[in-house]
Design a protein around this ligand. Structure first.
Ligand code: WQD
Length: 344
């Protein structure tokens, strides 16, 4: 085994895909998840893909005693990938205290316990949300962090500061902060994918559920932005590509490839794609005509943001490979599988 890795929130969308890639790379994986926005079925899916069932414990990272018990039971953990967090931008505006409590305390608990159990490395799941509305695109890691547009985005900014301050204080911890752009798609096997509880907040699951007839119609939030076709522009990155970046980041820390104790990388393709372009691509790839209408803007939306991936490509040594066509095809294949299984 290359090492033993704790994946918090590992039953979730990005966490489950990362668990697969960690196992493929020879890591032993322990998953904790409170299952508040995920299902243990995802653990079954991971096992069907890799043939290895990760250790799974239902646990909330806010449960300090539970974490201590976990670290007592599973000795010799070499690193943590921390995904567990509440992540709906809109919901965070309605319930800010839930977001601050959950997203900040869970990280603080882990950072407090890491030195006690000799766990030196943590990869933190951050977001391009920390940049706010960029002054220019593509955006690189030196861009200023602007006042967050939502409590969700603010928790990501504060979490990054908590990590930096903890490391600066001399704690025996190294961290790599990964700022995701827009993760989409599903594992090509369609054994795991994005499965939001209730009405999807994010674009792709809403598109695939509309195409499946589960949702009546997709609302496109605004076509009066200062963009080529008026709809917002994003950097949509394949979730398997994104998962692989976490393995590269862990390898980098375990092999001590950098003297920096905190590093930040933007994980994106470098291509800006508009919402309407994405809809057209989905229709082209799947042959399904999508029922959508243009409505007013959504509060808090960024107009346009896409990554400058130079640092991730040339320092971290990772590059997004999957095309938008293949990624949207994988999202649709996953939705079809959910229907086949009678899940939705
Ligand atoms: C993308 C675009 C919407 C739904 C957020 C977080 C980010 C990450 C992903 C967690 C926007 C438009 C959407 C719909 C639409 N969070 N849209 N109709 O807001 O870019 O990013 O979620 O990992 O950190 O900031 O993602 O998918 O919600 O929206 O028109 O029904 O699609 O207006 O322009 P977003 P999104």
């Amino acid at each position: 085994m290359k090492g033993k890795i704790l994946v918090t929130g590992g039953a979730g969308f990005i966490g489950s895909h990362t668990a697969v890639e960690l196992q493929n790379a020879g890591y032993e994986v322990i998953i904790i998840d409170d299952l508040s926005n995920s299902s243990e079925d995802m653990i079954d899916g991971i096992e069907r893909i890799t043939g290895k069932r990760p250790v799974f414990e239902k646990l909330d990272c806010n449960d300090m005693e539970g974490l201590k018990k976990l670290f007592e039971t599973h000795k010799g953990i070499n690193g943590i990938i921390h995904f567990a967090a509440s992540k709906a931008v809109g919901e965070s505006v309605q319930k800010p205290l839930l977001y601050y409590k959950n997203n900040l305390l869970s990280l603080i608990n882990l950072l407090e316990l890491m030195p006690q159990y000799n766990i030196p490395n943590i990869v933190f799941s951050s977001s391009c949300t920390v940049y706010g509305e960029p002054d220019k695109n593509p955006i690189d890691e030196t861009a200023p962090v602007k006042p967050a547009e939502s409590p969700y985005g603010n928790t990501k900014q504060i979490n990054e500061e908590i990590i930096r301050d903890t490391v600066k204080s001399g704690a025996p911890i190294k961290s790599i902060i990964l700022r995701y752009f827009n993760p989409i798609g599903a594992h090509p096997s369609a054994e795991i994918g994005e499965l939001p509880n209730g009405v999807p907040q994010n674009l792709i699951p809403y598109i695939t559920q509309t195409a499946m007839g589960i949702r009546e119609q997709l609302s496109v939030f605004g076509d009066d932005y200062n963009t080529p076709d008026g709809s917002c522009v994003r950097d949509f990155i394949n979730v398997v590509d994104l998962a692989k970046a976490h393995v590269v980041a862990l390898d980098r820390m375990l092999e001590n490839k950098s003297d920096d104790k905190v590093e930040i990388f933007n994980l994106g393709t470098g291509n800006g794609v508009s919402v309407l372009q994405l809809i057209n691509t989905f229709e082209k790839v799947t042959g399904v005509k999508l029922n959508y209408k243009i409505v007013g803007r959504r509060a808090g939306d960024i107009e346009k943001i896409w990554a400058e991936p130079y640092k991730a490509n040339h320092v971290l040594g990772w590059t997004a490979k999957e095309s938008l066509d293949d990624t949207l095809a994988s999202a649709w294949k996953w939705q079809l599988k959910l229907r086949e299984k009678g899940i939705m």
